[in-house]
Write a protein that binds this ligand. Structure first.
Ligand code: NAP
Ligand code: F7E
Length: 337
């Protein structure tokens, strides 16, 4: 019998790739989305038809990690075998502007969902496997490089502090109640579906618009920060693999390569045959009160135990994002007439 999965954060980058992947495996996929005054289903419109009882394919439910009653109701309706908690205020810079809200959604939201799952399992006797979207941001001011599962956390933003809270709650539900709960500690992963205010997509999107004469400049913050960037499509497969293991555990998911923002910028502009120095201005407002300078992951545990490895290389990722954003800019230019 096919399994049922519930994904929070279904409308986000990872939610869309994970839903596609699980549906390709024959899962019945349900997603939780927030009510909004504008449509937010652009990344998943191709996966669902209809809503509620009339839906075929992917099924969507209104809900919010701030609303425990709703979470409980959705669990009762969906009866999932697996829950993937991807919902979050996921922007690190913005978490400094909205620390309390970020802590509530990312930290307390995780606890609300874990509590709802605990009660649901007790009431129904049906087990659930739980995936928690942990982040390399938890390593923050790193104490060792590369970072692995045993590296201590030193979070450097309200977002990262909330993710550390969520991480330990997940571990504690595993230890205290025997819940099959895992933390994926995922390093940065990107794609043409990345929201436009994360640095990679901001660069590819703006550079493509500059190439076609639709924009003149690109404002950026700290170009020296280094990140271990992979492709989101590869990373969601690791989430699923973690939940198929005989025992629950926590796993680092990373490429094992690090590049500075400046290197990413140079590659994108070189690919478009543009000199980035002519277009980029540094805006101090885009710097963070406390920065994460260097992230580089060691995913040997995932490679050994899960048999996971990234398929898309760094140059391929840059190429994929530039190609997609050039096509988008060309459509915009045509629409402008
Ligand atoms: P994303 O594109 O920002 O998506 C976040 C999702 O969470 C969206 O669907 C968003 O809904 C939803 N959401 C926001 N607030 C919510 C709330 N109060 N209740 C329920 N849902 C809410 O993030 P992503 O890149 O796909 O990342 C997925 C998860 O992995 C997040 O938890 C993120 O923190 C974590 N993570 C990401 C990376 C990365 O490099 N991408 C690395 C490590 C960990 P709307 O569409 O309505 O905004
Ligand atoms: O910043 C620098 C910035 O916002 C990367 C989230 O998915 O990955 C993501 O968090 C670096 C930082 O990603 C701009 O200072 C320079 O050093 O793309 P980002 P992030 O903060 O690493 C982790 C793993 C998550 O868990 C998060 O949810 O780029 N940077 N100039 C800039 N960053 C942005 N956003 N905008 C700039 O103009």
């Amino acid at each position: 019998m096919s399994k049922t999965a519930l994904i929070t954060g279904i409308t986000g980058q990872d939610g869309s790739y994970l839903a596609e992947f699980l549906m390709s495996k024959g899962y019945r996929v349900h997603g939780m989305m927030r009510r909004s005054s504008t449509f937010t289903t652009g990344r998943i419109d191709h996966l669902y038809e209809g809503f509620g009882a009339h839906a075929t394919g992917l099924k969507l439910h209104y809900g919010d990690l701030g609303d425990a009653t709703g979470l409980r109701r959705i669990l009762g309706e969906v009866m999932p075998d697996e829950v993937y908690n991807l919902g979050a205020q996921s922007h690190v810079r913005i978490s400094f502007d909205q620390p309390e809200y970020t802590a509530d959604v990312v930290g307390m939201g995780t606890l609300r969902l874990l509590e709802a799952i605990r009660d649901h399992m007790q009431a129904t006797g049906v087990p659930i496997r739980y995936y928690q979207a942990g982040s390399s941001e938890m390593y923050g001011k790193v104490v060792e490089t590369p970072q692995r599962e045993t590296t201590p956390f030193h979070p450097r933003s309200p977002y990262a502090c909330a993710k550390v809270f969520a991480y330990w709650q997940t571990v504690n539900y595993r230890e205290a109640y025997g819940l099959f709960a895992v933390n994926g500690i995922l390093f940065n992963h990107e794609s043409p579906r990345r929201t436009e205010n994360f640095v990679t997509r901001k660069i590819t999107r703006t550079a493509a618009r500059i190439k076609l004469g639709l924009q003149k400049e690109l404002s950026l913050g700290n170009l020296d920060a280094k990140r271990d960037w992979g492709f989101a499509g590869d990373y969601v497969q690791a989430m699923w693999m973690m939940l198929q293991q005989p025992e629950p555990g926590d796993y680092v998911i990373a490429t094992g390569e690090t590049h500075s923002v400046k290197e990413f910028l140079e590659m994108v502009f070189a690919r478009l045959k543009l000199d980035w120095k002519k277009y980029v201005e540094i805006d101090k407002r885009l710097f963070r009160p406390s920065e994460v300078d260097l992230l580089l992951g060691d995913s040997s545990k995932a490679r050994k135990v899960l048999g996971w490895k990234p398929k898309v290389s760094f140059p391929q990722l840059v190429d994929m994002m530039v190609t997609a954003d050039l096509e988008l800019a060309e459509r915009e230019k045509r629409a402008e007439g």
